[in-house]
Ligand binder design. Structure first.
Ligand SMILES: Nc1nc2c(ncn2[C@@H]2O[C@H](COP(=O)(O)OP(=O)(O)OP(=O)(O)O)[C@@H](O)[C@H]2O)c(=O)[nH]1
Ligand SMILES: [Mg+2]
Length: 332
């Protein structure tokens, strides 16, 4: 079968991942990230085989503005996890942006020490050419690193647009990282970023920035109370440079995780993420079918023109496409 040949044997790959083979893991993630239609079936076989061996890790999203210090903090946190005898996987989910450029190189150098540890696996961002499907690829990669045996998964993301959804659909605990400057960063609250966060960490709290970071921490604590994000939203300061606050931050993360594990909160959260994921797939699949498989596809250009020129309401055009999809014979 050519598809399986192109993608390698998914079941062999799955065995390699479960045996702790890092190269197999890297190839497995590449397969799941692939947007090549021939790889979709192999990727699914792989994930189905891995699925019974997943769910055992603490999944942490680390989100924050570009350059705020996410990768550097992840290296510090990751090293302390490894020192405690646990394994850690780092996933960066943002496609390389034109702005920051070359984040693959950046991540590798910024996490150089962690990258050399056998208990750590680091997967830099997918390349900038890959658009769409970030949530799907992130979830797939989380399952794979769990199958590999990661005790902790750290997911780095700038947390806007698609990657915000990706982290919300994949993480158990979300840490919002902010700079010591306050000011503009506080806009994050208005944008609702804090509603997504379980913990706020003011990073770069070292040297001259330490006092300012403490003031920013107080600002965030006060702001969290005002927006009613949560009476118990922890706000901490930390530094990846002098290791200040790293243990406290990690203690806050594990406290949150242990709280979720009381009763069924963690299982409920993950169940809801899986359900939401299914509906995303349905929405994306239907949109794709409307674009490519609907009998109205020959008129698609006309429909779009009519909508663009204001001759047809967008909702009327959508109705027409959906109606035509309903009339279409089922695939296969
Ligand atoms: N003083 C100080 N600087 C830091 C700290 N952490 C990171 N930096 C600096 O902040 C800059 C950005 O750090 P990164 O870790 O690459 O930030 P990032 O959020 O991962 O950036 P992107 O992945 O590009 O969004 C680098 O120059 C770091 O050296 C810290 O704890 N203290
Ligand atoms: Mg980074």
């Amino acid at each position: 079968m050519s598809a399986a040949a192109g993608a390698g044997d998914p079941l062999r790959l799955a065995r390699g991942v479960r045996a702790g083979d890092r190269r197999a893991l890297a190839r497995a993630i590449t397969l799941v990230e692939s947007s090549h239609p021939d790889h979709a079936l192999a990727a699914r076989r792989l994930l189905v085989d891995i699925l019974p061996h997943t769910g055992g890790s603490l999944r942490v999203g680390i989100t924050g503005a570009p350059g705020v210090g996410k990768s550097t903090l992840i290296e510090a946190v990751g090293l302390s996890i490894v020192e405690r005898g646990q394994s850690v996987a780092v996933l960066a989910v943002d496609p390389t942006s034109a702005v920051s450029g070359g984040s693959v190189l950046g991540d590798k150098t910024r996490m150089g020490e962690l990258a050399r540890r056998s208990e750590a696996f680091i997967r830099p961002s997918p390349s900038g050419s890959v658009l769409g499907g970030i949530a799907r690829r992130t979830r797939g990669a989380v399952l794979l690193v769990e199958g590999w045996g990661a005790d902790v998964v750290l997911i780095e993301t700038v947390g806007v647009g698609q990657s915000e959804t990706a982290v919300a659909l994949a993480a158990d605990v979300v840490v919002l990282l902010v700079g010591p400057g306050g000011g503009d960063d506080l806009q994050g609250i208005k944008r609702g970023v804090m509603e997504l966060a379980d913990i706020v960490a003011v990073t770069k709290a070292d040297g001259d920035l330490r006092a300012q970071a403490e003031r920013t921490r107080n600002d965030y604590s006060a702001a969290a109370a005002v927006v009613g994000a949560s009476e118990s939203l922890p706000v901490v300061t930390c530094s990846a440079f002098d290791a200040h606050g790293i243990d406290e931050l990690w203690a806050a993360v594990t406290r949150r995780y242990e709280a979720l594990r009381q009763g069924s909160a963690l299982a409920d959260r993950r169940a809801e993420q899986a359900r939401e994921w299914m509906w995303r797939e349905v929405r994306e699949g239907l949109a794709e079918a409307a674009r490519s498989a609907s009998p109205a596809v020959q008129h698609l250009g006309d429909l779009e023109d009519a909508v663009r020129e204001g001759r047809l309401l967008p909702e009327a055009a959508a109705d027409e496409l959906i109606a035509s999809l309903r009339r279409a014979p089922p695939p296969g």
